[in-house]
Design a protein around this ligand. Structure first.
Ligand code: COA
Length: 362
């Protein structure tokens, strides 16, 4: 190339740069518009919630006064339930402030995932992460049952500390993004981090040798339960996604319900088995605590395992009660998720058609 050709190339590129500038300006304007729309959505959402709370209170006082349940009252109650589920789904499309825990760990970085598809991907990845780590923990637990090698024990326990700690962060991100995960399951992982941390600093003495095998069996067992949980949770996730793409909502929601109960009936016996194992561990540790060489770790672990047992039992029974009694609420929740998903699919479809049209005219 001589200098004239280079100059010509540069002039050509200048035209391309002008195009880039125009696109970027358009992008910046749209971003600003998105910010304004998000603010307006938030305002309307708060307005809906405020007026709904007034209406719900008024309904309560009407309900107290009336002797028989009015048909209109029942309809309004159902409508409120439906609207609440829809508002939750709308809220999930808006950016949210980080929780205090995330602010401390990550700082004020934005972790809101606004696209529902990316949200599903993040949840799916979280479930796969749990599965892979459980498989590694299973192998290490079995190896520790076969070999008495302190570094291998420490590797496994350290892995557990890191694993549970990571789960607390991932679950906080899921929560910011609209997950309905119960507070206890999150707290459960905070407590599990503490339990693993305490076991990590437990010196290699006689009480540890007495406890070691029970603990390794427990880790192997919950890794298997984790595999079953993975199958259940990813089944729920993919079925919910499929639900959004269908048209005959009622049939698919019925199908989802019966699948969910089938999945739960396989999983629940194993979960209860795990909770009984936790009770057994608390009892074993209590007995070990009388050992003359017992250190403080044993005393701290007894109430922690007992708390895990009691709260797990309580939460799971409450979840089951809600699932059986709150059938209608669950239905509305599913319908709202499916409705929003089908909306998003429609938007994507429209975009795809537009792009196709533009390509044709070009
Ligand atoms: N860990 C992480 N997330 C959980 C969870 C758990 N243990 N239990 C429920 N969730 C999530 C669900 O994925 C769902 O998320 P989403 O809103 O993003 O879709 C949300 O919380 C609401 O779930 P819910 O409808 O209440 O329950 P479910 O049908 O998804 O699951 C159980 C019910 C009982 C199967 C589930 O809670 C569970 O497996 N619990 C046992 C956990 C345990 O004890 N582990 C230790 C074994 S020893």
């Amino acid at each position: 190339m001589d200098i004239e050709e280079v100059q010509k190339e540069w002039e050509d590129l200048r035209v391309d740069f002008k195009r880039l500038e125009t696109i970027n300006k358009d992008y910046a304007t749209k971003l600003e518009e998105v910010g304004d729309l998000q603010g307006a959505c938030m305002k309307e959402l708060n307005h809906q919630r405020y007026r709904m709370s007034l209406i719900a209170n008024a309904l309560k006082s009407v309900d107290k006064k009336s002797i028989e349940k009015d048909e209109r009252l029942l309809t309004l109650e159902k409508e409120i339930m439906k609207r609440k589920a829809m508002l939750h789904e709308i809220e999930a499309t808006l950016p949210k402030q980080n929780s205090l825990y995330l602010k401390i760990i990550l700082g004020n970085v934005n972790v809101s995932i606004l696209n529902k598809n990316d949200k599903f991907k993040y949840k799916d990845e979280y479930e796969k992460f749990k599965l892979i780590l459980s498989a590694i923990a299973f192998v290490l637990a079995v190896l520790n049952l076969l070999i008495d090698f302190r570094p291998l024990q420490l590797i496994m326990i350290f892995l557990l500390v890191w694993y549970y700690c990571t789960l607390t962060i991932r679950e906080s991100i899921l929560k910011v993004n609209g997950s309905r995960i119960k507070g206890w399951w999150r707290l459960h992982h905070f407590i599990s981090t503490a339990v693993a941390g305490i076991i990590l600093v437990w010196p290699q003495n006689e009480p540890w040798n007495e406890f070691r095998h029970t603990f390794m069996w427990f880790i192997a067992y919950i890794s298997v339960v984790q595999y079953m949980q993975f199958r259940y949770q990813s089944g729920v996730l993919y079925r919910l996604k499929a639900l959004g793409a269908r048209h005959n909502m009622d049939i698919t929601i019925e199908g989802f319900h019966s699948w969910m109960w089938r999945g739960l009936s396989y999983l629940l016996p194993f979960l209860f088995g795990g909770y009984m194992f936790q009770l057994y561990i608390a009892y074993t540790l209590y007995q070990i605590s009388y050992h003359p060489e017992a250190t403080w770790q044993v005393w701290y672990l007894v109430p922690l395992f007992l708390t895990l047992h009691i709260c797990n039992m309580y939460t799971i029974l409450r979840t089951l009660r809600k699932k059986t009694k709150g059938g209608l609420k669950l239905r509305y929740k599913l319908r709202a998720i499916a409705y929003r998903l089908s909306n998003e699919i429609a938007v994507l479809d429209q975009k795809w058609r537009q792009n196709k049209g533009e390509a044709k005219t070009e």
